[in-house]
Design a protein around this ligand. Structure first.
Ligand code: ADP
Ligand code: MG
Length: 338
């Protein structure tokens, strides 16, 4: 009997894409990118995305408030608009609230949705409310606009790979919560906790970079850098190589690492929970793009690798040797066994 584990999350999505068949003509990008792209004839394309988060699977109210849980989930949905170089427009939220829950807690959750969508310029204009099992679930639909949406399929051999912000902060906060919960409250780790409960969707960075026209392909790395790099490799029909020594990791995540069980090599390339953008850009424009974000006081951009002919994703070690991993990120039907 074939199991969902055999198929994997991306096998399931490939099947559903077959079942869905060809989209209407106005859909210039259907299943397979961070957002759907609709060409309605105006100067900008309409973007649409939906993203769900379930208590216990995506957030744990033992480590964060209901407001923070909602805030984090909203940031995850908005991150898909950033991944297209888009500008958010409006949101609709479906919320499942615990049947026997407290009104105060549930309203805090909904306040997190309303305030965070407004904060990032995608005010809440509709949705659905249901009761269910004794957990929270949120699904956020976000619409946005982009003049020339960044696709996963636009990378060329010779492009340079850049990543916004830093990697591994939120995953380190989760690891502290599981292994050293008291330490997560220490001031020196507050930055890590903030990355978990208040991640910034890289919308401001996307707005500045999109205007240049020098970004060829992009994805947000919510399932882990290595795995999400694989989507660019597949869709663009190229090979991506990521240099382990260049991955930007916050100092506090390295300090916390000393207190945690040993992590797999290149863990910042495989840790999820992150809403940074991976960009394939024109090789002559790296310095320009980096300085544009710096001048704007936005998240830093770090050059972490290159695009070449071929397929797949490799990690380049400091001695120059390259390794490819069998799996390097989150799959809903293949959760980690350890
Ligand atoms: P992301 O992590 O960027 O949100 P996903 O990995 O969740 O993207 O989804 C990959 C692609 O598959 C997206 O284009 C998404 O719209 C599509 N997709 C995922 N699940 C379904 C589904 N159940 N039905 C139709 N399309 C889906
Ligand atoms: Mg995405």
């Amino acid at each position: 009997m074939e199991t969902l584990r055999d198929l994997g999350e991306f096998g399931v999505i490939a099947r559903v894409a077959q079942m869905a068949g060809a989209p209407p003509e106005a859909v210039s990008q259907g299943i397979g990118d961070d957002c759907v792209v609709l060409d309605l004839g105006g100067p900008e394309k309409l973007l649409a995305t939906t993203d769900a988060a379930l208590e216990t699977r995506h957030f744990d109210l033992a480590w964060m408030t209901p407001f923070e849980a909602a805030q984090r989930s909203v940031a995850g949905a908005l991150s898909d608009i950033a991944a297209m170089g888009g500008r958010p427009f409006i949101s609709l939220c479906t919320a499942m609230l615990p049947q026997s829950g407290e009104a105060r807690e549930a309203l805090e959750f909904l306040r997190g949705v309303a305030e965070t969508t407004r904060r990032y310029g995608a005010p809440l204009v509709g949705g659905d409310t249901i009761s269910g099992i004794n957990h929270y679930l949120i699904d956020l639909v976000v619409l946005g606009w982009a003049e020339r949406p960044w696709l996963r399929s636009g990378a060329h051999p010779g492009d340079r790979l850049l990543v916004t912000g830093s990697l591994g902060g939120a995953a380190t906060a989760v690891s502290l919560a599981l292994n050293e919960p008291a330490r997560l409250k220490e001031a020196r780790f507050s930055e890590l906790r903030r990355r978990l409960v208040d991640p910034t969707p890289r919308l401001a960075e996307a707005a500045v970079l999109a205007r240049t026209g020098f970004v060829h392909a992009a994805i947000d790395i919510s399932d882990g850098l290595y795995q999400d790099a694989g989507h660019i490799a597949r869709e663009s029909d190229v090979h991506l190589s990521l240099e382990a020594a260049r991955l930007p990791v916050p100092e506090a995540a390295l300090v916390a690492g000393e207190l945690l069980p040993p992590r797999a090599p290149w863990w910042p390339a495989t840790s999820g929970e992150e809403y940074e953008l991976l960009l394939a850009v024109d090789p002559d424009c790296v310095a320009l793009l980096t300085s544009l974000l710096q001048e704007g006081g936005l998240a830093p951009l770090t050059e972490i690798g290159t695009v070449r002919q071929g397929e797949g994703v490799s990690i380049v070690r400091e001695d120059g040797s390259e390794v490819e991993m069998e799996r390097g990120g989150w799959d809903h039907f293949r959760p980690p066994t350890t």
